[in-house]
Design a protein around this ligand. Sequence first.
Ligand code: NAD
Length: 270
Amino acid sequence: MGRTKIGIVGCAGRMGLTLARQVAANDGCELCGGTEVAGSEQIGRDLGELAGLGSNGIVVGDDPAALFAEADAVLDFTVPAASADHAALAAESKTTHVVGTTGFETLHQTAINAAAVHTVVVQAANMSLGVNLLLALTRQVAAALDPEFDIEIVEMHHRHKVDAPSGTALALGRAAADGRGVEHDDVAARGRDGITGERKPGDIGYAVLRGGNVVGEHSVVFAAADERVALSHIATDRAIFARGAVTAALWAQGKPPGLYGMADVLGLAD
Ligand code: NAD
């Protein structure tokens, strides 16, 4: 079998460039193209040069339909509206769609779910091995500890991040709610300011920090009277997400259509 042909939408973004380096470093795949949003100054530039790999003859384009038609898998770390549009292209061309974008509203997620009827979609708010282990552990600990333990999720990211809480923080909250057997949206306390009143029993609280160039830090704190359990993950390089995305793209080849998560890719699914 030949090498898996991988395309990157949003290829000049922070993750896009990291993904380009990761694809180049993996013998199982080759980069077949990249796109940017119409009007971007990066269109027409050499993607290899932008990624610090040296010229590789791959020019940043603005035609995602052509990219989806050519690639075996497309890596998508862009913005929700773009990922929703890309999902329709993935469905049409039956190309694997690896979706790392976060901050989805229901209409975006509906588009992703619809595409997964026709092609393989791997979607995860965090593609790192460590965070996916943290999700599994959070579910287990939340199931094991009695509701006397208050659950709080703390996250910190770089100053450019536009959505809050992070997709990973929300995934951790959902894992905790799952473990407890409650509906996440009924118990999520996503912002506290002013006279909030006492903490409601059973709430899952979120606290968000933004600053500097922090790649991503998440902690799940279980706090009871006189003791606390804390589970944490610290990411120091975006390469961990890119490695996960490339692993997902290769894993997906030959799989039946469907919506998969990193737990499936990493063999952590229950
Ligand atoms: P970024 O702003 O640096 O990059 C996004 C890129 O997408 C930009 O270059 C932008 O021009 C491009 N883009 C926007 N619309 C487009 C379109 N229609 N077509 C093609 N390109 C388009 O952001 P980033 O830090 O790289 O993060 C991107 C997304 O990935 C965010 O949602 C972030 O939360 C998420 N993320 C997920 C993971 C994960 O493991 N799942 C890890 C890191 C970041």
